[in-house]
Design a protein around this ligand. Structure first.
Ligand code: ATP
Length: 250
């Protein structure tokens, strides 16, 4: 198995929030994780990257159980980039993780340049991270993870704190990451975040209730609240959003 988990269950003290989760993610796959508030998406991502440990089951990375020795292979991008940025300059921020794992200086500079250009922040090496826009901060957080060359990247609602411009910047980065063959799981409520996913996994009350094609998911009634706005309109008024607007404006 490239990446996934087997029979994973997790409780916060007495409260069970995930039950018997099984995932199998192929190399290069782009997976969307959806579910209403509190369904367990963030908890699942935190288990998949080793921030939390399950009471039952295991996470697998390249046929091995995820533990403190190999969890570096899983990169986790927080919802709020402020939680992740620690450097005084952009370059220092990306360098931080690399220094921790003892990457030699020359290799480190190469990786920093590559990561910054992949997220479109080239030339900003000496900028103050606090002076960056929201979209740039999120891209810096992605670069810092990318530089560590993880096998898989997990993103927890990466656009929820951004304006439309920032969101578009992140979509461009995701397209770049896909082109270079990165494996990505993205938890999100935003339909646009999930436009290009290979498959959807839907959680409800801590259980997987759907796994499969995106279009099929939106056609099904598994989780109504996750439907894109246009689809909700279609079902309610039996008309396309554009047709309705045209009709109203006539
Ligand atoms: N640290 C914690 N201690 C106790 N309960 C928690 C903790 N974190 C989350 N929970 C509970 O676990 C359940 C799942 O939460 P989680 O944040 O994983 O869901 P989510 O699907 O990511 O929600 P959202 O879309 O709102 O971010 C919720 O009922 C939440 O209240």
């Amino acid at each position: 198995m490239f990446f996934g988990c087997k029979n994973l269950s997790f409780s916060y003290y007495e409260k069970k929030v995930l039950t018997n989760i099984n995932l199998d993610v192929k190399k290069g796959e782009f997976v969307g994780l959806v579910g209403s508030n509190g369904s367990g998406k963030s908890t699942l991502l935190k288990l998949l990257c080793g921030i939390l440990f399950p009471q039952e089951g295991e996470v697998i990375i390249k046929d091995q159980k995820l533990d403190e020795h190999n969890r570096i292979k899983v990169g986790y991008i927080f919802q709020n980039p402020e939680n992740q940025i620690i450097g005084v300059t952009v370059e220092e921020d990306v360098a931080f993780g690399l220094e921790n794992i003892g990457v030699p200086r020359e290799k480190m500079l190469e990786r920093i340049e590559w990561a910054l250009s992949t997220v479109g922040l080239e030339g900003l090496n000496h900028a103050d991270p606090n002076a960056l826009s929201g979209g740039q901060k999120q891209r810096l957080a992605i670069a810092s993870i990318l530089a560590m060359e993880p096998e898989i990247i997990l993103m927890d609602e990466p656009t929820s704190m951004l304006d439309p411009k920032g969101r578009n910047e992140i979509y461009k980065v995701i397209r770049n990451l896909r082109e270079i063959g990165e494996t990505i799981i993205i938890a999100s409520h935003h339909y646009s975040d999930l436009e290009h996913v290979d498959k959807i996994i839907a959680l409800n009350d801590g259980e997987i209730v759907y796994e499969g094609e995106k279009d099929q998911f939106y056609k099904s009634n598994v989780i109504q609240s996750e439907l894109p706005f246009n689809e909700k309109i279609k079902r309610q008024f039996n008309a396309d959003l554009k047709e309705l607007v045209d009709e109203i404006c006539r």
